[in-house]
Design a binder for this molecule. Structure first.
Ligand code: KG4
Ligand code: ZN
Length: 383
């Protein structure tokens, strides 16, 4: 079946169309099109994502992103049976009443374009910024109504968990290390629709720590790639800076990154004139501290739960040093364990993973919805 996935939980307006096959034990996916309109430049001026600006951009971008995604996918299209009557327009106006900027271009788009032959529309319900989530949800509801295609809501984090399944296979049970701007979680995946959270961050998420430390070092948002770029310039043998590896020896599987960030802040505040060499050394030591902490806890969980696969997903999984370190350490521990990262372009937010998570929900028997609520703090495993 063909599935259209819509993602607007943060600062990316993302829509993908995929083709999905197989059952819950062995789902397979093919990407037909992925379009992402990133708002990074807009938010970087503010040092982080500004929710009402994100909402405004989603309203502006959703229709053109959808248009592009349909064209790129080359899916067949069918003509709208009849022109939109007043009753339908009224209903669409009601669904989009909180999106006044979106409504006129939405109607124009529906009237001018044929319906793509997709079987299911999937949208992120949470977690994320509620203002941003609502725009995607209202858009998805309006599309579902106008085209008469069923709609399923999904959990954004379920999307990250299944994201490595595009063009890759994995054996269950798996352990998932989810590291994004809002989340740091270790989850045991027994089935693709059943997780058990083993541990999570008690304060800042790993990506959030990258973003905050980047700001301390005067680097733009998002901080993860910026810190990595700076850290790569570190060529010395010894680092004069040393930061804590928070909770690395604790017996549980929880994380904490706010102390590490504060430690960087105090270090920087003590330095009278921060040189480029200092910034490079601090970025390097900070990155290593995060990676060592994540790797150590993940390895312990892999050992304890005897999993066959390790999934590392979420924005921070784009970090090449994290990828190299975890892969090397798992190989040392047990070379039979498969380590899966998402393909390039699927680590950070995208509509592909949302469509994939929707297929899993469809296979699990979830019924389509006409009304969906955004839930900013939706926990992992809940919809
Ligand atoms: O999954 P994602 O796109 O959005 C959320 O769901 O939060 O993750 C975004 C986060 C940001 O905090 C960003 O700084 C971080 O992922 N990130 C990275 C890298 N690329 C993105 N962190 C470390 N290294 C990277 N290369
Ligand atoms: Zn995400």
């Amino acid at each position: 079946m063909k599935i259209l996935g819509i993602e607007t939980s943060c600062d990316d307006t993302a829509i993908s169309i995929i083709k999905a096959k197989g059952n819950l034990k062995n789902p397979t996916f093919r990407l037909l099109s992925q379009v992402i309109s990133s708002q990074t430049e807009l938010h970087s001026k503010w040092g982080g994502v500004v929710p009402n600006l994100a909402k405004r951009e989603h309203s502006k971008n959703l229709v053109p992103v959808l248009h592009k995604a349909i064209n790129k996918s080359k899916v067949k299209t069918v003509k709208l049976k009849t022109a939109l009557d007043n009753k339908t327009k009224k209903k669409l106006e009601k669904i989009l009443e909180r999106e006044p900027d979106l409504y006129p271009c939405f109607i124009k788009f529906i009237e001018k374009n044929d319906i793509p032959s997709v079987d299911l529309i999937v949208v992120t319900k949470g977690p994320g910024l509620e203002l941003a989530l609502w725009t995607g949800i209202n858009f998805a509801r309006a599309l579902s109504f106008a085209w008469n295609i069923p709609l399923l809501p999904v959990n954004h984090m379920d999307g990250h968990i299944v994201s490595p399944l595009l063009n890759q296979k994995l054996d269950l049970p798996a352990l998932a290390l989810l590291v994004s701007g809002g989340h740091t979680e270790l989850a045991l995946v027994r089935d693709f629709d059943k997780y058990k959270v083993l541990g999570e961050t008690r304060d800042d998420a790993a990506g959030e720590a990258f973003d905050k430390v980047a700001r301390i070092l005067g680097l733009p948002y998002p901080g993860g790639p910026e810190i990595s770029r700076l850290a790569k310039k570190f060529k010395q043998k010894e680092n004069k800076f040393s930061f804590p590896r928070p909770m690395i020896t604790s017996k549980d599987f929880d994380f904490s990154f706010s102390g590490l960030k504060t430690s960087v802040l105090y270090t920087v505040q003590k330095i009278k004139k921060l040189t480029e060499k200092d910034r490079i050394a601090i970025a390097h030591e900070f990155e290593i501290a995060v990676i060592e902490t994540l790797t150590s806890k993940t390895l312990r969980a892999v050992e304890k739960h005897k999993v066959k696969t390790l999934i590392v997903a979420g924005g921070v999984s784009a970090n090449q040093k994290l990828k190299a370190t975890i892969t090397k350490e798992i190989k040392k521990l047990n070379p039979k364990i498969k380590v899966l990262f998402p393909e390039k372009g699927l680590s950070t937010d995208n509509g592909t993973m949302i469509a994939m998570a929707g297929y899993i929900q469809f296979l699990a028997g979830k019924k389509p919805k006409t009304s969906v609520q955004a839930v900013g703090n939706l926990p992992l495993g809940k919809i």
